[in-house]
Design a protein around this ligand. Structure first.
Ligand SMILES: Nc1ncnc2c1ncn2[C@@H]1O[C@H](COP(=O)(O)OP(=O)(O)OP(=O)(O)O)[C@@H](O)[C@H]1O
Ligand SMILES: [Mg+2]
Length: 251
């Protein structure tokens, strides 16, 4: 499988002198094109830092991150912003939306070059809203939709311009179990359509849907659990494997 992301010996240190801590202490990782990879680990073990490093949302202290064949540290700010806009999508626990824009414009604008809202972008956003089950809410204020609907809008926003990679940090963490399940099913479907997903989660049920689960501890990758393709029939067995590995690594 071609690697869409390849990280080599990534170190990320915060602070100076005595206070200096390594959030990432030498990580080697490769994410295949179209692969669905979950990341699990204790709080503070470097999961979010890893996502930020692999997406260029933050710089690394040393090591290499190649995204789609390009060394991220060699890009200038504009090139990096363009790469993010066209090749990466981001979903966090709760989407940050602009309160003075309606849902449709919130979905479109980050994807729009020079903030130009074209007919093609509007059509793309409407199609995504349809796919994610929030068609009809285009003109709604962001304060007038439910948490689950807002997260769907966040996913639409992340999928504009059809990025080859979706980064998700606890995307279901703030949702009730039913909305969480629906969002998870949506992510699985998005992955089936060809988008690679790198997803941080504390939930074994969520991780069990991935092709592979990485485990972090003290800024290092300590385990790599391949689960392979799931047709949805063997979820309980996959979850068991995740729980067993969690126990092995002391999570
Ligand atoms: N901006 C920062 N400045 C200083 N230290 C930081 C910063 N960001 C993260 N850290 C530290 O780096 C380590 C890893 O943090 P990170 O946010 O990656 O953890 P995490 O695995 O995502 O945890 P959680 O599950 O709580 O989200 C922690 O010790 C954290 O305190
Ligand atoms: Mg985190």
């Amino acid at each position: 499988m071609r690697a869409i992301i390849a990280g080599t010996d990534i170190v990320k240190a915060f602070g100076l002198g005595e206070e200096r801590t390594k959030a990432l202490a030498g990580v080697d990782v490769a994410i295949g094109a179209g692969e669905f990879v979950a990341v699990m680990g204790p709080s503070g073990s470097g999961k979010s830092t890893l996502l930020f490093a692999l997406s260029g949302l933050d710089t690394v202290t040393s090591g290499s991150v190649r995204f789609d064949g390009v060394e991220l540290s060699e890009l200038n700010e504009k090139q990096l912003a363009d790469t993010r806009r066209t090749k990466m999508g981001f979903v966090f626990q709760q989407p940050t939306m602009l309160k003075n824009l309606n849902l449709l414009d919130n979905i479109i604008l980050p994807a729009a070059q020079d903030r130009r809202k074209t007919d093609a972008l509007v059509a793309e956003a409407r199609a995504l809203m349809e796919k994610t089950g929030i068609a009809g809410l285009e003109a709604r204020a962001v304060t007038e939709v439910s948490g689950g609907q807002l997260q769907r809008a966040g996913i639409c926003r992340a999928l504009m311009n059809k990025p080859p990679v979706l980064f998700a940090d606890e995307p279901t963490g703030a949702l009730d179990s039913k909305s969480a399940e629906e969002i998870l099913n949506l992510l699985v479907e998005i992955n089936r359509d060809g988008t690679a997903i790198l997803l941080v989660t504390h939930d074994a049920k969520v991780a069990a849907r991935a092709d592979r689960v990485l485990f972090t501890k003290d800024g290092r990758l300590v385990s790599d659990l391949p689960l392979g393709f799931s047709d949805g029939a063997d979820l309980a067995a996959r979850e068991e494997k995740v729980f067993a590995r969690m126990a092995d690594v002391g999570l």
